[in-house]
Each structure stands twice: as C-alpha cells, then as structure tokens.
Design a protein around this ligand. Structure first.
Ligand SMILES: *Cc1c(COP(=O)(O)O)cnc(C)c1O
Length: 495
C-alpha cells in the first residue's frame, strides 16, 4: 500500500491508569515547608465546612510523571488526528491548525490567566476581544458579536433565545422556527430547547430551498427561519435574498447557522443576504483545533436592533479603558460562567491576523476549489452517485452509495476501509435525505497529491475489494470494528 499513508505497526497495549499505580507513588514532590507537625496550627480541613470533606480518599491513580505521559501518548496513537492524516469529515471543517496559534495561546501569561483577574491587569486581553468583535463585524457586515457561547450548538441556542426575547418584549406570540431538512441536526434540537417548535421545510430537487416553498409555510406564528448556508449538501442557498425578503415581510427573522462560513469567508458578507443573526463556529472556520466535544466557541453576531438582547458580560471601551459591562438592559442573561473561551478566541484571532486582509478570502476560494476537485474526480469514479452532478459545490460535496452498492460495498464499509488506507472517513449517512450519504469536506489545507491518494483509495475500495474482507474492516487499527448500535444504546463507561 505504498501509495497510501496506511496504518501498520506500532500500537501499544495499554491498561487503565488506575491499574498502573502503586501506593505512594507521586508525579511531583513538594519541598518540605520546614515546619514540624506540632508547629502547624491549622490544616486545610480546618478551613473547609465538614460536610464537604470526604470520608474516604478519592480513588486516584498513584503514578509517576513518565507513566502518565506514556499512557496518554500511547492512547493518542490509537486515534486519527489532523496532524497525522487527511480528515475529510464533512460539515466539520477539519483543517490543519497552524502551530503559531497554539504557540501564542499557550504563552504563560495567557494560559495561566485567571477569569477573576482585576480588569486593569487584563487590558490587552480585553482589547483582543474588543478588536476581534470588530474583525468579525467587518467579515460579516453585522453589528455586534457575543463570545459567550462555547460551541456551535450553544451559539444556536443563544441566538434563538435572543429571538425569543425580541418577540416576548414586542408582545408577539411566535413559536415556530422553519428549518430545512438539509440543516444540521443541532438546529431543530436548539430550537426545541429554546422553547420553539421546529417545522421542517423540504429541500427542492436542486438541493436548495425555493423561495416559493418558504411562502407556503408562513404564518403569524413564524418567529424565524433557520438556514444553514451553504447547506449540508454543500450547496449555496441561491434564493437566500428572496427568502430573507419574504421572511422579513412576514415580520419574522432570518437566523443563519454559519458553521459553514469556511465556504465564503472574505468573499460574501452575510448582511448582504439579509441575515439578522448568525453563529460562527470559531473552532471550525478559524482553524482552532476541535473534535471530541471541544473546546469551542460559537460566536453569535446580530444586526443593531438585536444588540441589547445579547448575553452579558461584554467588553466595552470608554475613555481609553476596556471594561467588562453588564448593562444591557434587555439581555437574555448569562450563557457561560465567565466572558468567553478565550484560548479558542485567541487562536482564531491569530489565524485571521496571520493571513491578513489580502489572504483571508483565499481560504474559502481554495476550500471550494478542493471540494469541486473531489466532486468532479470522484463523480467520475462513482459514476451516477453524485446527485448534483451538473452543479458546482461549495466547501463540501455529497455522494450516494449507488455505485458502491452495485459492488456490494456499503457506505459504512467504505468508511471503515478508508481507515486501513490511512484516511479519516468522510461523514456518512448524513444528510439523511441522500441515500447512504458520503459527505466529503477536504478544506483548503490539503494538497492535490493528498486528495489524489484519497481518491485512489476510494476507487480501490469501491471496485477491487471483496465483500467478506470489507465486512471485517478496519483490520489494522488497535480497536477493530465495534458494534456501534450496541455502543450507543448500552455504553459502558466503567470497568
Ligand atoms: C458543526 C456544526 C454545528 C454544531 O457545532 P458544535 O460546535 O459541534 O456544537 C452546527 N451547525 C453546523 C452546520 C455544523 O457544521
């Protein structure tokens, strides 16, 4: 398999850390404070309310520093990551993360920053947050961003709460959110959580929402439409301006799930599409590493008339001083314990500044070029499997399992076999409206060589692999095929 990165070799067996410990082993030694026990007047126990003191010591691993380091490094080698493999997981924007971001975010005075540090000592930090807001406003054409939400879905929830507050204060009872079937799965969930009823709109045959279809769903109950643009089929909502006009005429708002901002960053402003409110996933578009649930930042941006509803606290700038303010009278309140996930925000800020005004638009241009390269080439290989063959895509492309099925290989087997070839699988079986969906997002950081190898691997898997071998894949990983349904329904977290 010399043409592919492949997987072979060095996987270590690894026991639970708790089983590797021995009583009395420490990772660090604290110097003797020089006092005898009889000289110590009070121990920590004397300062803590008795009800909070454990009866028994916690069951923690007692291990040395090298044991801990080896444990986690070994475990990390069982998994794939953007630093080791091509990771074309659709709708996740798993781009390479430049190391300069990490370097800056891990400077001592940044990583050790306490959230309760007095304001006059963190002026530069507040300035970064303040300036970052201005940059995002410039990139989107919106008027203010809040950095409280710590994930994309938390951003959606925050945005929907803002919408709720807006109508509550207007005295309008609007409880419906229109959501296309090509939206991300978190959209209906966030709507329900924020107290709305999600109503599904069917995507047209062209892969986008038709303005005339939206009209049929309108009523005085509609609070907003929630569009993912480009949608999860990788297609730009062509009618977006018209849809916004219709929605606004109905007295409703336009929410955009902007997690796929990588597709038009620096080329189109969302304000020109008529968007009132958006969340941007800093941890996708702006290269901050993510996966496995965090850390993230789902920055929420709004037009001026919604500013007052955004969460508190926020950074203000008066008389040459930056401050943390809480004085938004109509705020939805706090979304997070402190201001924001600053490390994530800083990495995004460094990423934008290191590209600069001249290069930022190249991100989306190359992301689209790469996705279309895969779409065209793979469309030929998987003949008849591209439901939007005659169209260009944006940041990602989607195929059905049609061509593979004829050869007895399912989408699932393709995904598992790709791991043996040394590629992270694409997103599979999503969106649900595409049969056996294979959804590929290469991002702008991949070379044509890497993409060619990936395409070749799919060709080999799809047309030269025998079904019995495919069913047993992945065979070269540390953990082989798992029963995913069982693992989801009856997860075992404890040994
Ligand atoms: C990833 C994604 C989300 C959810 O973001 P999280 O940070 O995982 O909560 C929402 N919408 C779209 C379109 C996405 O791609």
């Amino acid at each position: 398999m010399v043409n592919f990165p492949g997987i072979s070799g060095l996987f270590f067996d690894e026991d639970l850390l708790i089983r590797q410990g021995s009583k009395g082993v420490y990772g660090i030694s604290i110097p003797d404070c020089g006092l005898k026990d009889s000289e110590i007047e009070k121990t920590p126990k004397d300062y803590i309310n008795k009800k909070f003191i454990r009866k028994k010591p916690p069951r923690l691993p007692e291990v040395s520093e090298p044991t801990v380091v080896r444990h986690f490094v070994r475990l990390s080698s069982w998994n794939m990551c953007v630093d080791s493999v091509f990771y074309p997981l659709g709708s996740c924007t798993m781009k390479y993360n430049p190391k300069i971001n990490e370097l800056i975010a891990s400077l001592d005075n940044i990583k050790n920053l306490h959230p309760l540090t007095p304001i006059h000592l963190v002026q530069p930090v507040l300035k970064i947050i303040h300036d970052f807001n201005l940059i995002l406003c410039e990139l989107t054409g919106l008027d203010e961003f809040s950095f409280s939400p710590q994930a994309g879905a938390a951003g959606e929830f925050t945005g929907l709460k803002v919408i709720k507050k807006y109508y509550d204060l207007k005295g309008e009872k609007r409880d419906t959110i229109l959501i296309p079937d090509s939206a991300h799965g978190t959209n209906p969930a966030s709507s329900a959580l924020a107290g709305f009823t999600p109503v599904e709109i069917k995507t047209g045959a062209n892969g986008h929402i038709e303005a005339k279809d939206v009209e049929r769903y309108l009523s005085e109950n509609v609070a907003a439409i929630m569009l993912t643009n480009p949608n999860t089929l990788g297609i730009f909502e062509k009618d977006i301006k018209k849809i916004s006009e219709i929605i606004h005429k109905n007295g409703s708002l336009v929410y955009m799930d902007g997690a796929n901002f990588n597709a038009f960053l620096g080329n189109v402003k969302v304000s020109d599409m008529g968007i009132d409110i958006i969340q941007l996933n800093l941890h996708k578009t702006f290269s901050t590493p993510h996966g496995g649930g965090g850390p993230g930042s789902g920055a929420v941006g709004v037009r001026g008339f919604l500013k007052d509803y955004l969460p508190v606290p926020y950074v203000s700038f008066n008389d040459g001083n930056y401050n943390l303010s809480e004085d938004k009278r109509q705020t939805i309140g706090r979304i997070a314990p402190f201001l924001c996930n600053f490390g994530v925000l800083l990495k995004a800020y460094v990423y934008i500044l290191s590209l600069g005004n001249d290069n930022i638009s190249a991100v989306s241009e190359i992301a689209i070029l790469n996705a279309n390269y895969i779409k065209k080439r793979l469309g030929k290989v998987l003949n008849g499997a591209d439901p939007f063959e005659d169209k260009l895509c944006m940041h990602e492309c989607v195929f059905t399992d049609k061509a593979l099925e004829d050869n007895g290989i399912s989408t699932l087997e393709l995904a598992k076999l790709l791991i043996d070839y040394g590629f992270h699988p694409p997103t599979v079986y999503f969106p649900k409206n595409i049969h056996g969906a294979i959804m590929i997002e290469p991002t702008e950081t991949e070379s044509i060589k890497t993409m060619d190898r990936f395409l070749k691997a799919i060709e080999k898997i799809g047309f030269k692999t025998k079904k019995p071998a495919a069913l047993k894949s992945p065979r070269k990983t540390k953990v082989k095929r798992v029963n995913e349904v069982l693992a989801n329904k009856h997860p075992i977290f404890k040994y």
